[in-house]
Design a protein around this ligand. Structure first.
Ligand code: UTP
Length: 410
């Protein structure tokens, strides 16, 4: 795209301010800005205008969804585990680590997985995850393909770190990195922000695009060649989670469901966890802030909360179904965040309060595109230690406590 074309595109979108510093840039700087303008998706701006008019999309009819409880799982453990191990040995299961997020709440500018949570020795988040996956590798006697999603912002650091740490003992032949896409940030009037005079402020576009980014990076051929029928998608920040857990895999396979989710019983009705339920008859996740008082407190005859099962961002999807769904668009979420920017005088502003909106699609919305979903309950004290904040709830401090309770030396 040349500068005349860029100007025409921006005029149409009401974004000509992006060229305010164009003449002061180096030739390479100009080319980079033009490439960013070319990549701008006009659709996002109309989504933003719509959001201003209507707010988030309305929800359908919500009903509770039960889970396969820990008790039921214990009774069937052997059967589930052997089916899961068999599938893993046959190479039918892959794992996908979502590590493209910015981890802003943790306040470190390095990839979250590089965070050292050790006390007397280095123990990195990535190391905990690989260690957990290695237990399955040892049990099955076979490596699984591990796909790691990064973003433009953290790809190089992540790859270098894995190299430097020798993949924490994992076979590098089975590790595949791919980069997710970015989306621009806008101010409350829908004007796209610049983070430098020649650079649009962008951030990773949410964790919902993981499968399409994996496909764009050419990895679908590998999935098909290797016969990887199931993908276990998981977040970077839960250091206790079991990855490609044979029992979970086996239960999902035998259930015949299109997807499965590891869930935990809520610690208290008000806990800030998205809950797995039914929306207009198909599985769906309702975020804690979307729940009405009636939903939060409603109980079943046995006393259990009706909306009891919180998602842990550990899902199993069928590759075939995901491929079928590739053409479907996920709902766009618009989130209010702090985004540093260059103001109209060319000064760099680092806001202390949320000043901008980012666009994200979410993996949880993929659940609603499936016919059914097995909710698989796990013991939160053994499998749920998310690190979102430096201290308090879901923090480095709470995760350290849980790791120690599980016999891990820090
Ligand atoms: P979070 O919702 O905690 O987002 O991500 P975040 O960006 O890491 O953290 P904050 O909100 O800025 O503090 C849940 C999981 O999804 C991944 C994260 O890396 C984490 O594993 N994720 C999130 C992506 O891979 N890409 C994204 O664009 C966003």
């Amino acid at each position: 795209m040349n500068d005349t074309e860029a100007k025409a595109k921006l005029e149409q979108l009401g974004q000509t301010h992006l060229l305010q510093w164009y003449d002061t840039l180096t030739e390479t700087g100009q080319e980079e800005l033009l490439a960013q303008i070319e990549a701008l998706d006009p659709q996002l701006l109309s989504v933003f205008r719509q959001y201003h008019k209507d707010g988030e999309l309305p929800r359908g009819r919500i009903e509770p969804l039960g889970a396969l409880t820990m008790e039921e799982i214990a009774q069937n453990r052997e059967r589930f585990e052997s089916a899961g191990l068999e599938a893993i040995r046959q190479g039918k299961v892959g794992a996908v680590l979502l590590a493209g997020g910015m981890g802003t709440r943790l306040g470190s500018d390095k990839p979250k997985g590089m965070y050292n949570i050790g006390l007397t020795r280095p123990l990195y988040i990535f190391e905990c995850l690989i260690h957990n996956l290695m237990e399955v590798v040892d049990k099955a006697g076979a490596f699984l393909h591990l796909f790691i999603m990064t973003s433009e912002k953290n790809d190089e650091d992540t790859r270098n770190f894995f190299e430097e740490m020798k993949y924490f003992g994992y076979d590098p032949e089975y590790v595949h990195f791919f980069i997710q896409e970015m989306a621009p940030a806008v101010d409350p009037d829908g004007k796209i922000l610049l983070e430098e005079k020649g650079r649009i402020a962008t951030s990773p576009n949410g964790n919902g695009g993981w499968f399409s980014s994996l496909v764009k990076s050419g990895l679908l051929a590998l999935l098909q060649r290797e016969g990887i029928d199931w993908l276990n998608v998981f977040a970077v920040d839960n250091v206790l989670q079991r990855i490609a857990d044979p029992c979970f895999v086996g239960a999902a396979l035998l259930s015949g469901c299109e997807c499965a989710s590891k869930v935990v019983a809520k610690a208290e009705p008000e806990e800030r966890l998205g809950v797995l339920c039914l929306e207009d008859g198909t599985p769906s996740i309702v975020e804690y802030y979307e729940m009405t008082e009636e939903m939060i407190t409603r109980r079943e005859p046995d006393g259990r909360l009706s909306y009891n099962y919180g998602v842990t961002l550990n899902y199993l999807f069928r590759t075939e179904k995901l491929t079928e769904l590739l053409q479907n668009t996920l709902p766009m979420h618009i989130v209010n965040k702090k985004v540093p920017y260059i103001d109209e005088n060319g000064e760099k502003i680092t806001p202390t309060e949320p000043n901008a909106y980012k666009f994200e699609t979410l993996v949880l919305d993929m659940i609603h595109m499936q016919k059914d979903c097995l909710a698989f309950e796990v013991d939160r004290s053994r499998e749920f230690a998310p690190i979102k904040n430096p201290d308090g709830v879901d923090s480095v401090v709470s995760a350290r406590e849980l790791l120690q309770k599980n016999g891990i030396t820090l």
